[in-house]
Design a protein around this ligand. Sequence first.
Ligand SMILES: [Zn+2]
Length: 398
Amino acid sequence: MALALRLPFQGELLSTILIEYLAEEQVVGRYAFLRSILNCQPSSLVSMPRGLKRLSEETRDYWQMTATDIAIRLTCMPYHIASSSPETAASALAIVENGPSQMQNARELVFGCNPDTMYLRFCRQCISERRKQGRRPYFQREHQLPGVAACAEHGQVLTISTLRASMLHVANKKELLDVFSGGQDACVKYTRDRELQVLWEMARRSKDALHATPASYFCIKERYRQQLAERGFLCEDGSLRLDEFSRAVVDYFGQPYLSWLKLCGSKRETQDWIGALLFRSHVTPPTIAHILLQQFLATDTRHECKDAESYGSWQPGSYWSVDWERRDALFLAALKDAANKIRAEEPARRLTSKSIQLTSKLPGWMHHHFKKLPRCRGFLEEAVESAEQFRARRAISM
Ligand SMILES: [Zn+2]
């Protein structure tokens, strides 16, 4: 049986072609059909297909692509294997041709964000331009990459469709078109130009990674270390100034984007991915980790090393150790300074725990650690004003 799939569009995701085919041909027993031609679960199709030989044979009359060609051109696989070891990249490519087998080091490839569990994303402007040209809408593979929240071409925030990457199912043609009319914006509420620019640059960088050579990001630790050292984020003994680095990363990318990547919580903004990029580790960092660091390093963000500002450092093995007493003293000085600044403001502004913390520019996670920061907690309790106290102070200053 030859499978009459239409020719793929530029940058199209294999999934769209199959969804469309299943809907238009009204295939009965869709899962059995997919299993028979794909020899793999549909959920693996977006990023790491396994066993596309049969699909390559069935579509030979129309596509003339080998299983590897299909994986390289129509899935996100090249992005993922760009960061794996040469051995893992080679076995991932062999599996595409030869079908599933016990893959060694498979953990390398699934570490990090797993796009298979997500809903497929699209750019409204891409779809609208295609409609104007009389072309049908489709999902692009570059929009399904782990860190991509915006369109590399238009810069606008992507829309998350209602279609699960693993489902490959809509009831009919109309329902497929409806998918592109609905959906909701990716949960990154950025409106300012600088923030949108960051999303855009992440999208462009991720798109470049789709065309990277397998394993080309593997083992570039030294280059990263050198660049971080030049920017003042490494201590003399080679350990990372994790506090300073985390703050700079959150400042640069913004919390909403890091949360969207599921990198949030105390130190998780960086701790989840930076260690494996810089130090010997049993996990291979996923491509998204490289893209984040490369994007960060493309800016001129620097940390000016002053001993008093060094709250602690992170070394391989020791993971994370903090001198909380010292940090308590340093944070206290910053809080006092912030409270004085607010008191000097015209018009008068009320001293609240939040206004003091925001003005101090201390990391937002500090309030989770008040138990370990008794002097900071004590100071804030004393410094915050009740509404009455604030009114009284304002009356005097007027
Ligand atoms: Zn677009």
